[in-house]
Ligand binder design. Structure first.
Ligand SMILES: [Zn+2]
Ligand SMILES: [Zn+2]
Length: 254
């Protein structure tokens, strides 16, 4: 199993437009964060979580040639606005399975109405095979990659985290309900939302993220969806052993 963090930034990306703070002007590549997305590769299968607003740039940088599935955490702009850019993959490999919860599908069908209710001829449209996921209803991509959708709460919105065998990816959340905690135990690696040090109404912040790590006890944890408040080198000292700030291009293998 290999997870590659294609983006680790909050919704604005880092640097943030117009900002001249210490992080936004840093020349440490770990302080340059595209919008969050992760590539999961296992047993010949490649799965992308979220077509971020930076998907095209991420796919080019990662040299993505083929995907077996796209999983959607939720339908906020930073996580879904790259959906149109799956077209070059469709041209070569045909329609692509996209997995999202029912709530996200309502919004995806509204925002990308032209995909689902085409009203014109010509012009390549993304070819999407829509699949609806439900909390705890495991499915497989290929013979060996088990995916378990796990519902977590982003402010008031139920969004999907995903478990892949003994790895899990849980971003954009402020709370993990008790019935979801149990699906996130016994992990080798957990990638978890951690926006910044100060509290936030819809995301985990440092203290809360560390509390969940202490409760779930993954062997390794990586924090993502990071705002410009965090400067990688300076703020790594805030984290205990076994926990790191993720950064774009980080590969987690196991
Ligand atoms: Zn987000
Ligand atoms: Zn800044």
């Amino acid at each position: 199993m290999k997870l590659t963090l294609l983006g680790t930034g909050t919704s604005t990306g880092v640097p943030s437009i117009g900002c001249e703070c210490e992080t936004c002007t840093s020349d440490d590549p770990r302080d340059k964060r595209l919008r969050v997305s992760v590539l999961v590769e296992h047993a010949g299968q490649s799965v992308l979580v979220d077509t971020s607003s930076d998907f095209r740039q991420q796919a080019l940088r990662q040299r993505i040639k083929h995907l077996d599935a796209v999983l959607v955490t939720h339908c906020h702009a930073d996580h879904i606005f790259g959906l149109d850019d799956i077209r070059p993959l469709n041209f070569r490999h045909g329609a692509l399975g996209v997995y999202a919860n029912e709530r996200a599908w309502v919004d995806i069908r509204r925002i990308f109405k032209y995909i689902f209710e085409p009203s014109h001829f010509g012009g390549g449209l993304p070819q999407v095979l829509a699949h609806t996921v439900e909390h705890g209803a495991q499915f497989c991509v290929g013979p060996e990659l088990n995916v378990t959708p796990v519902e977590v709460i982003h402010g008031r919105l139920p969004v999907m985290a995903y478990r892949f065998n003994d790895f899990a990816y849980a971003t954009d959340l402020s709370e993990i309900p008790p019935g979801s905690l149990d699906l996130l135990r016994g992990l080798d690696a957990l990638v978890l939302d951690c926006l910044r040090i100060r509290p936030h109404p819809t995301h985990l912040w440092l203290e809360r993220s560390l509390e969940y790590v202490a409760e779930l006890r993954p062997r390794r944890a990586y924090f993502t969806h990071i705002a410009h408040d965090i400067r990688h080198a300076r703020d790594s000292a805030l984290l205990p052993d076994g926990v790191e700030w993720a950064y774009d291009g980080l590969e987690i293998e196991g």
